[in-house]
Design a protein around this ligand. Structure first.
Ligand code: GLC
Length: 522
């Protein structure tokens, strides 16, 4: 399982109010290597590269240097070594679709129509009557068209996100070579893999044709049903690029590429795994759109399991730095922590690699960010408030003035309090992660859904030597769950409601309100 750190918000080592690499190093005990660590296998770090921070690091101005806000390359090396010493692998973000408009490549590209790197980005003349070359919208709500006029050269440049993030032209072999060089730079440094930002956006319609008229002006990334029909995104050229990236990774030992593939059509998403020669993992965002419901979870997983090719290993997340936190979103019966235990159990026992967004393990919710503190061009500040380490001023995150306000909930929702509380969400996550580590079938077994039930989502994980049942009661009343194919009894390995270790009756299985349980079938 992989833990996502948003570097600005996790731990501030130098007291400037913004998280950094030395802060991260000082907090590694939380993740691995200590008696009460969570026990994660790997961390994914959102960008910490040089950046003007218009999109908080996703606008990169030097891919091979650490932004001074976060520290130095030496700090990164120290973090990597310390993580490895604890058995934690490290994935870094790789942002291939665009750079910052202050990247030297773009500065050169915009210097004149005949500059050496002009063609490294996507330029087009104005439409015949004037205005942007076509009707493609930018992904960020506030920024309008995906085109900005560069007045002195009279052409528009393409930016799928903000105007400060011009899209690279991956059809230019020099761009490809330069960006593969970036990938090698980090692999040579010893990182274990990359999370590829906006992987699906690397290809665009080569003739820059309009999106269908009825979609004009619609935002792409918020509307999965229309996004598939945007010409702005052309999947065909992407696969060849991804094969190149994968070959680069495969020249090293045991590295991984997980892609952000923001498309809703699962069959098409399955193509991003290629024949085992493109992405190793692609994020399935299906779960984050679902309400807290057994039927919704079951159907979502069924659709993913059916659509992905056999060799495709899913990657699941309940939230990330772009999405509202699961604990704010998933309303339903009972208290939110009881619901969080249910979704945690499912996340950590599905067939796939689970990703945990920082703070989810203690039940953090979106922080209130008053308009005068809002910073993000796309309104995502709420899910990025500082990690709540303890109930003191600064929440143990910083001794300075935090870059986003620390939610008042830090007084009661924090790591220090939960670490010593056997009934806390953090303790439950730790038990669950340890169970997953110890139980091979939970990591690698097949997935088989059990009998459908309106309130209980139940499935097996199975391999030739082991068979484990997971049953999650999404309702706040007692349920008697029956599947005639289940054996009479099993051994309870873990439950949100009672201690594990005992024998349990399975015909029927009695589940308490909002109980999720893992049972070995014998
Ligand atoms: C991805 C990132 C998001 C960023 C965007 C542009 O969707 O997750 O945070 O704003 O790409 O890089």
């Amino acid at each position: 399982m992989i833990y996502q750190i948003y570097p600005r918000s996790w731990a501030d080592g130098d007291g400037d109010g913004v998280g950094d690499l030395s802060g991260m190093l000082s907090r590694l005990d939380h993740l691995g290597g200590a008696r009460d660590s969570l026990g994660v296998d790997a961390i994914w770090l959102s960008p910490f590269y040089c950046s003007p921070m218009v999109d908080f690091g996703y606008d990169v101005s030097d891919h091979c240097a650490v932004d001074p806000t976060f520290g130095t390359l030496e700090d990164f090396d120290a973090l990597l070594a310390a993580a490895h010493a604890r058995g934690i692998r490290v994935l870094v973000d790789y942002v291939p679709n665009h750079t910052s408009d202050r990247h030297p490549w773009f500065c050169d590209a915009r210097s004149s129509r005949s500059s050496r790197r002009r063609d490294w980005y996507v330029w087009a003349d104005p439409a015949p009557g004037g205005g942007p070359p076509n009707n493609w919208p930018s992904t960020f709500a506030a920024t309008g068209p995906a085109w900005t006029l560069h007045a002195s050269s009279g052409q528009y440049y393409l930016h799928s996100y903000s105007s400060a993030q011009p899209d690279l032209n991956w059809q230019n072999p020099e761009v490809r070579a330069a960006m593969i060089g970036v990938l090698r730079f980090w692999l040579d440094r010893g990182v274990d893999g990359v999370r590829i930002d906006a992987a699906h956006r690397l290809g665009k319609d080569s003739q820059l044709r309009d999106n269908p008229a009825e979609l004009a002006g619609r935002r792409t990334d918020l509307d999965p049903t229309v996004r598939e029909r945007f010409r702005h995104i052309d999947h065909a050229p992407v696969h060849e690029i991804l094969r190149d990236l994968r070959q680069t990774l495969d020249a090293y030992d045991d590295r991984v590429a997980v892609g952000e593939v923001g498309i809703a059509d699962l069959t098409r998403m399955g193509c991003y795994y290629g024949d085992g020669d493109e992405l190793n993992l692609a994020f399935c965002f299906g779960l984050w759109r679902q309400p807290f419901s057994a039927v919704a979870y079951r159907d979502t997983i069924a659709a993913i399991e059916t659509a992905l090719p056999r060799h495709a290993w899913p990657a699941y997340a309940l939230s990330n730095h772009d999405l509202s936190r699961a604990n704010s979103r998933l309303t339903g019966p009972g208290d939110s922590i009881a619901r969080a235990r249910v979704t945690a159990t499912v996340l950590l026992t599905l067939r796939g690699t689970p990703f945990l967004y920082y703070g989810e393990e203690i039940g953090m919710t979106d922080g209130p960010v008053p308009p005068e503190h809002a910073t993000d061009p796309d309104g995502r500040d709420g899910c990025r408030t500082p990690m709540q380490w303890n109930g003191n001023a600064g929440a143990g995150f910083t001794t300075g003035d935090p870059w986003l306000p620390i939610p008042a909930s830090a007084a009661t929702v924090n790591v220090a309090d939960q670490l010593t509380d056997p009934r806390s969400l953090l303790t439950f996550y730790r038990d669950l992660i340890h169970l997953r580590r110890e139980t091979a079938v939970l990591r690698a077994g097949d997935y088989q859904p059990c009998a459908a039930d309106p309130y209980v989502y139940a499935y097996h994980r199975h391999d030739p030597t082991d068979d484990v049942l997971i049953a999650a009661n999404f309702s706040d009343s007692d349920r008697r769950y029956a599947d005639p194919r289940l054996p009479a009894r099993g051994e309870r390995l873990l439950s949100t409601a009672v201690a594990g270790g005992d024998e349990v009756e399975l015909r029927p299985l009695h589940l308490r309100p909002l109980e999720a349980t893992v049972i070995r079938l014998v």
